[in-house]
Ligand binder design. Structure first.
Ligand code: GRF
Length: 220
């Protein structure tokens, strides 16, 4: 045995659906390049594909169905209890389609991550790809950010862009963006797990240096 202390972080990954981003984390964990253990995958919807992906990888799963709760607050309290029961250091929202209460967001301040399929601050909210096409943008992309109570407004950590091609529709563009999501999301969380990433006030520090407001830009 060495004197080195083992400090691998534990993640909770929250999903609502297909879980291709979750799969990117699983793949990275299985090649020991994530620097973290996925302790639990939690879905607010029963029987989604992401839960099967987790089970296939031998990861604990929990379903907390939001329709069974009288209020958002009670649902979020149950989520917090579950995440804490697995002693998670960070929470990764991966296609989790519920707005979280300030109480939840503040509880996990500085260790709660989201990925949004646009080049924030452009297009917070839904239908990002269609809005980019309708506006005749030349590029689209995705942003990993720390979560704050205001929707899709948290400090950015990393962005990746893709070209919008002639004849694109929202689905084609979403597929192109997803490929980048699967690279940048595990990368951002890995930085956190390696103690290289910090949120201080409104600044995101990577290796103790402030990142630009749009985050680190992934090279093509
Ligand atoms: C992704 O586009 C992500 O940016 C958004 O929800 C989608 C989730 O996809 N937040 P998946 O479930 O990871 O495949």
């Amino acid at each position: 045995m060495t004197a080195e202390t083992h400090t691998e972080k534990k993640l909770a990954i929250l999903i609502s659906g297909s879980g291709t981003n979750l799969q990117a984390f699983i793949d990275r964990m299985q090649t020991n390049s994530l620097g973290a253990e996925i302790a639990v995958v939690i879905s607010n919807r029963p029987e989604v594909k992401g839960l099967q992906r987790a089970a296939d990888a031998g990861i604990a799963t929990e379903t907390i169905d939001h329709t069974g709760f009288a209020s958002r607050e009670l649902f979020d309290e149950q989520l917090i209890e579950c995440i804490n029961r697995y002693q998670c250091d960070a929470v990764v929202l991966a296609g989790f389609m519920r707005i979280l209460t300030p109480q939840f967001v503040n509880h996990f301040h500085g260790r709660l991550f989201n990925i949004h399929p646009s080049l924030l601050p452009k297009y917070p909210g839904l239908h990002t790809h269609q809005r980019a096409i309708d506006n005749r943008d030349k590029e689209a992309g995705a942003t990993v950010h720390f979560v704050v109570p205001e929707l899709d407004a948290g400090p950015a950590i990393i962005q990746a862009s893709v070209p919008i091609e002639p004849g694109d529709n929202a689905e084609l563009l979403a597929q192109r963006v997803l490929q980048k999501e699967h690279i940048i999301y595990p990368q951002a969380v890995q930085w956190f797990c390696e103690d290289r990433l910090q949120l201080t006030n409104d600044n995101v520090l990577l290796d103790n240096r402030a990142l630009p407001k749009t985050g680190f830009l992934l090279a093509e």
